[in-house]
Design a protein around this ligand. Structure first.
Ligand code: ADP
Length: 383
């Protein structure tokens, strides 16, 4: 296994599209890093450049301290797992898994096999070693009973497991995953996430994973790399990215339901005025709040920080999504919609209600400066 480092890596496609723009990133040996962002943000291109499937237009890629820009894919010893599994339909599971290793063996010679017993023994030993590796990988993934089947005789989840198995037998310097769970249904996706985490714990391998699904990214990553328009917006652990988003884009991209953004003005004494009234910002915990006075700002409040039932704000509950253990309520107030994630309670759509915004852990964004996060109120427990 090896650390992977990108220094100012860019990609301009032949049609002039700048898909990746100066990405710098250090992935530690044994780390599970997830590249996440909306469709078209350049995450697959970044992964494919690491794999060697796409030429690097600028910057450098280092693996284990060695520059890899011009090393062909087959010599990088990285294993890639694709969304569409990329299994050979005419080969059974065992042969699909062994395929990469078989190819690395020297070509056999029938003549030598007949006349040279040493050569015969060596070939047999090689085959036995490959068989052992395939069996070990199959045991790790719980697919020993499927080894004789063809891909068409497998479910989607089983096929994906075989694709992971094929990567596993190669003992690569890093595993690269390109949206590997996107073709699976929601329940199976959840199960496979857990399996991938467990696999990572067991192997302690360097893994780079691409997904557009922020929940999947949060559930898998040691660290997330949030991308937009070919540019890295933030790198951090799930807690860092969720708790201290670098800008409005990251704040809105991470978290379900989406963070509420409320436009208003910061006034003297830490008062935030918006269309539905005023809010007192927790001044003691906001660094340099006075500097924002008189400016238009966006206040970002997570849905679980909006409490319905009492408080200084009033609004109409226009939609209720009831999940049994909790509810997402859409409240219309002051001409805008606010989402609250609340404990399940008897609430009816179309009723008026008081509500409160809990501002510990809220964020202020500057809408004129690319939504840079200006301040985050430290949660109570941290003070
Ligand atoms: P993501 O994986 O985040 O969805 P991609 O890395 O696939 O994004 O694509 C990033 C950008 O590069 C997009 O604008 C996409 O249209 C463009 N792109 C991807 N592949 C090619 C290609 N082979 N030729 C030209 N443009 C491409």
């Amino acid at each position: 296994m090896a650390p992977v480092t990108l220094q100012g890596v860019s990609k301009v496609y032949a049609n002039g599209v700048k898909a990746v723009d100066g990405v710098s990133l250090s992935i530690a040996d044994g780390e599970f890093v997830v590249l996440v962002g909306p469709s078209g943000c350049g995450k697959s291109t970044t992964l494919r450049m690491i794999a060697g499937l796409e030429e690097i237009s600028g910057g450098s890629l280092m693996v284990g301290g060695v520059r890899m820009n011009d090393v062909p894919a087959r010599r990088r010893n990285m294993a890639m797992v694709f969304q569409n599994y990329a299994l050979y339909p005419h080969l059974d599971v065992r042969r699909n898994m062994a395929f990469g290793l078989e190819r690395r063996r020297t070509h056999g010679s029938l003549l030598k096999a007949v006349f040279d017993p040493t050569y015969r023994a060596q070939r047999a030993a090689e085959r036995k070693a490959i068989d052992a590796r395939v069996s070990a990988a199959a045991a790790t993934l719980g697919i020993e009973s499927l080894l004789q089947r063809k891909p068409r005789e497998l479910s989607g989840g089983q096929r994906q497991r075989v694709a992971v198995g094929r990567a596993l037998v190669r003992d690569p310097v890093a595993f690269l995953f390109d949206e590997p769970l996107s073709n699976l249904d929601a329940k199976l996706r959840g199960e496979m996430r857990t399996e991938l985490r467990l696999l990572h714990q067991r192997l302690r391998a360097t893994m780079v994973y691409v997904t557009h699904d922020q929940e999947e990214a949060m559930s898998l990553a040691d660290r997330l790399v949030v991308m937009k328009d070919g540019v890295v917006q933030q790198v951090g652990t799930p807690s860092e990215v969720y708790g201290r988003p670098a800008n409005r884009f990251v704040a809105g991209f991470v978290g379900t339901p989406t963070m509420n953004f409320i436009e208003g003005t910061v006034e003297a004494g830490g008062v935030f005025r918006w269309t539905a009234g005023t809010l007192r910002l927790p001044t003691g915990r906001w660094a340099a709040l006075s500097g924002f006075q008189g400016k238009r700002m966006e206040l970002g409040v997570r849905p679980d920080q909006i409490r319905v039932g009492s408080g200084p704000c009033r609004g109409r509950i226009i939609a209720v999504e009831n999940y049994g253990d909790r509810m997402d309520l859409v409240i219309e107030s002051g001409g805008r919609r606010i989402t609250s994630r609340s404990p399940a309670a008897p609430v009816r759509e179309g009723t008026d209600s008081a509500f409160e915004l809990l501002l510990d852990g809220a964020h202020l964004f500057d809408p004129t400066a690319a939504g840079i996060a200006l301040a985050a109120a430290a949660p109570n427990r941290a003070t």
